[in-house]
Design a protein around this ligand. Structure first.
Ligand SMILES: [Zn+2]
Length: 363
């Protein structure tokens, strides 16, 4: 088994906004949702802590996720009650509820929050022995869409709580940048936020930034950056996907691109809620990983950022991915395509480790 780092999971959002108990087995958690229909993916989850351990996931980026940008206020038609807030305090409070989830899980021994380089090294050396190990999963906190930060000067509040990376926007405009499905610049507050992040040596996650906002972020931000869950726009065209030019810049900056397992990012023409995953297999995940490696000319920049608990379940995953534990197949598929064991280890963990080592403070 290859030990794996997942560059993108929304674990606490699943607990705080969906009332999911991730310490259960997958079967138990999904059975508990029978009859619930508040969101379309009830009972179809792929991700719990036991399944993550079976996947060999020893570390991941875990998000704080809440929005209060202009498209997300309750008078708008795109309201999603589990993620959208009218007010800055609403998204600030929602992110704190998610911080409470991570704190709870750490007290339960499910996870270990990684705040420093020393935390990372001791956690990484302490790898689980065997799939049934109950060892805690390491989590580095990231924020998907920066709306929970009421103003740039309050970044410190979240940094103190362990936040080490930020993607300034999610879907629509945030208070800091333009995101998926819209276009626009980094805002004045966004410029200040990027400066403050660079001062604190935090990571910048460019996933979800619109083309203009991403181009500006590349210029404005001199620190460590990556694209946590971002598939190729050439393979599957959509503004949400990463263009060749953007990918080249991430590679030149010695960043990492995490391939996501969401079906619509893997199969051209997928219509959410309509298309069924009849044809799609994990071979498509490997296509996107391989695309990054071909662009780079090596295996130093491709990684995995599954997004497997990001608001969908098995209705929107490859047919051979029923649980996050199936990710180990990616290693076999890469080997089938001629990837060496050393390259698979880079893709599974070492590339993420390299960028994490750059952003974590010594103490
Ligand atoms: Zn996302």
């Amino acid at each position: 088994m290859h030990i794996l780092i997942d560059g993108h999971l929304d674990l606490a959002w699943n607990a705080a906004a969906h009332d999911r108990d991730l310490s259960l087995s997958l079967d138990e958690m999904n059975r508990a949702e029978i009859g619930m229909n508040d969101v379309s993916y009830r009972g179809l989850a792929t991700t719990t802590f036991p399944e993550m351990r079976a996947a060999g996931i020893h570390l991941c980026l875990g998000t704080l996720l809440a929005r209060s940008g202009p498209e997300h206020q309750r008078k708008q038609k795109y309201l999603r009650t589990e993620i959208d807030y009218n007010t800055r305090i609403g998204s600030y409070a929602a992110a704190h509820a998610q911080l409470a989830c991570y704190d709870f899980w750490e007290r339960q021994g499910e996870i270990r929050l990684i705040h420093t380089a020393a935390d990372l090294e001791s956690h990484w050396q302490n790898q689980p022995e065997g799939q049934d190990s109950k060892s805690p999963i390491g989590i580095i906190l990231s924020m998907e869409g920066a709306d929970p930060i009421p103003e740039p000067s309050m970044l410190e509040v979240f940094y103190q709580a362990g936040l080490r990376a930020i993607g300034p926007a999610h879907y629509g405009h945030s208070h800091y940048a333009a995101g998926t499905a819209v276009e626009g610049p980094i805002t004045a507050d966004g410029r200040q936020l990027l400066q403050e992040m660079e001062r604190l040596k935090m990571g910048l996650d460019v996933t979800h930034l619109s083309d203009r906002s991403m181009a500006e972020a590349f210029d404005l931000f001199g620190g460590t950056l990556w694209a946590s869950h971002h598939n190729s726009r050439t393979l599957v065209p959509n503004q949400r996907q990463i263009s060749d030019e953007q990918m080249k810049t991430v590679i030149e900056r010695d960043g990492v691109i995490g391939t996501a397992c969401d079906a619509w990012m893997l199969q051209t023409g997928w219509i959410i809620g309509k298309t069924r995953p009849d044809q799609l297999t994990m071979s498509a995940v490997v296509d996107h990983i391989d695309y990054v490696c071909q662009m780079a000319g090596n295996a130093n920049h491709a990684a995995i950022g599954t997004d497997l608990d990001g608001g969908y379940g098995t209705e929107q995953t490859p047919t051979d991915l029923k649980t996050i534990a199936d990710l180990q197949k990616v290693g076999e598929l890469l080997a089938d395509r001629g990837y060496s064991d050393a390259d698979i280890t880079k893709i599974f963990s070492e590339n993420w480790l390299r960028v994490f080592r750059r952003i974590l403070p010594d103490q």
